[in-house]
Design a protein around this ligand. Sequence first.
Ligand code: IDC
Length: 337
Amino acid sequence: MKRIAKWFCFALALVALCACAQAEGGENTPMTPYEIHGALHVADGRLLDQSGAPLQLRGMSTHGLAWFPEYVNEETFRFLRDEWHMSCVRLAMYTEEYGGYCAGGDQEALKALVCKGVDAAAALGMYVIIDWHILSDQDPCVHQEEAIRFFDELARRYADSGNVLYEICNEPNGAGTWERVSEYANAIIPVIRAAAPNSVILVGTPTWSQDVDQALNKPLAFDNIMYTLHFYAGTHKLPLRLKLEKCLKAGLPVFISEFGICDASGNGALDYDSAEAWRELIDAYGLSHMCWNLAHKDESSSILKADCRKLSDWTDDDLNPQGVWMRDWAISRANTP
Ligand code: IDC
C-alpha cells in the first residue's frame, strides 16, 4: 500500500512538472532575457540582475522615432533577440529636432509609439530604454516641465515593469553643464521613482555624454542610477577610453547607451581599429552598450542600406558595413551571459 502511495505521489509530481514546463512555453522554448535576469539594480558600480549577477545589456537604438517608426514592432525586436542575441532596445525620442516631442511633434503619436515599443519588448521578454533624446536643446532644463509630464505618465503606466529603463537626457552639451544636468536630474528622478521606485535610471553627461568624470567628481544622490558615455569610434579614441576606464576603476556605474563605429556625425568612414579597442574595453568591464542606429537612412551609422525595406531577416545584402560588424559581434557572443 505504502509503495502504491509513493508511486502515486511520484506520478503526481511528474504531471505537475510537465504542466509547469508547458506553461513556460515547453521544453524547446528558450527563456527570454527577462525570464532569466528579471528586474535590475545597480550596486558596486555595476548593473546587476535579480540574482545579483553582473549583466551586460546589448542591443540597438532606434533612430528618431518620429522619422523611422516602422522599426518599432515585435517582428523586428524578435529578430534582434533571436538572431542577433540582443536583450535590449533603446527607443530614441528626439525633443528639439524636427518633429521632436517639444518641437511641434505629435506628442500623443510619439507617446503611443514609445508605448508600442515598450509593450513589444515586454512581450518578448526584452529590456527597453525610454530615451528622452535631447541634442540641439543642449541643456535638459530647457524642456524640464515637458519631461516631468512625460516621465510621470510613462512611469505610472510602467510602474510594475522591471524591464523598463529610463534615460532622462540623451546628450547634454554646450549650456548643458553638469550643474544643469544635476538640477534637472534632481527634479526628474523623484518623479519617476514616485511611480516606479525600483527603476534603473540613466543620466547623460556633458559634452555629448562624454564627461563621465564630472559625474564621478560630483555624483547624484540617488540609488540605481548609471551615467551614460557615448562614443563614435571614428572620432573618439584613446583619451575618451582612458577617461572612461579611470571612472570605472573608481567605481562609477557607466552605461554606453549609444555608440557607432563611424564618426560623430553619424556618417563617414568606419574605423575598425578604433572599434576593436572599444570592443575590448566594453567586454573587459562587461559594459552595456546600444548601437546607433536601427534605420535605413543614407548614412553609415544606419545598420540597413538605404534601399532596404525589410523589417527583419536581414542578410549581408541588406546591411551596411556597420550593420555587418554589429551583427557579427553580436552573434559571436551568442552563448555568453
Ligand atoms: C544623428 C543622426 C542623423 C540626424 C541627426 C539629427 O544619425 O541622421 O540627422 O542625428 O541631428 C549623437 C546623437 C544622435 C546623432 C548621432 C550621429 O545622440 O542623435 O544622430 N550622434 O550624429 N551623438 C553623437 C553622435
